[in-house]
Design a protein around this ligand. Structure first.
Ligand code: HEC
Length: 161
């Protein structure tokens, strides 16, 4: 091999091992980065909830009733809600993160699980009512459904509503 080829190969090896070092640094995020990521992920879940709940809330406030959308969106929320305890398990107390989650979440994980389950049950009950196509029964089930969001926020989220 010519000296030039060797020099190029050496430079290349150094580049690659540099990239691998960077990659392994990325593989091991700091506790601060992990906390920030955990907050991001749980906020994403809640954003998907509100995205799906908003059209239903609008129907409850007089927008045209659409049983199909009501049922579909409630089932989506019921399917996602079991992720709440999982995503609220990461204790982010003491980290400099942008959050409205209250510290007592991490002293009350059983209650978080119970409130998540209440949301699952009420979302499913709402979806079952919507499946009948009856507007009165469906909107009648909305109070309990929407209330299961508020019940948790009242206790475990900074009061900014
Ligand atoms: C078991 C508890 C619990 C339930 C049930 C719950 N939430 Fe929340 N929610 C929280 C907590 C805790 C936060 C604060 C998250 C943070 O800032 O880290 C939050 C934050 C939010 C946010 C703000 C997200 C952001 O980007 O800051 C929205 C919107 C929201 N929830 C909507 C809903 C809706 C809609 C429902 C019902 C379909 C619901 N939540 C049910 C606990 C709950």
């Amino acid at each position: 091999m010519s000296k030039r080829v060797i020099a190029v190969l050496t430079a290349f090896t150094i580049l690659i091992s540099g990239a691998m070092l960077t990659a392994s640094a990325q593989d091991a995020p700091t506790p601060e980065e992990q906390a920030a990521a955990a907050v991001d992920t749980r906020k994403s879940l809640f954003k998907l909830f509100i995205h799906n709940l908003r059209p239903i809330a609008a129907m409850a406030q007089g927008a045209p009733f659409n049983a199909e959308i009501a049922e579909r969106n409630a089932r989506r929320i019921a399917a996602m809600a079991p992720m709440i305890p999982e995503l609220l398990a990461h204790d982010t107390r003491g980290f400099d993160v942008e959050t409205t989650a209250l510290d007592k979440i991490w002293d009350n994980q059983d209650d978080i699980a119970a409130k998540a389950q209440a949301l699952v049950d009420n979302a499913n009950a709402f979806a079952a009512a919507a499946a009948t196509g009856e507007m009165g029964a469906t909107l009648g089930a909305f109070r309990a459904f929407g209330g299961s969001c508020g019940n948790c926020h009242d206790e475990y989220r900074v009061d900014n509503d």
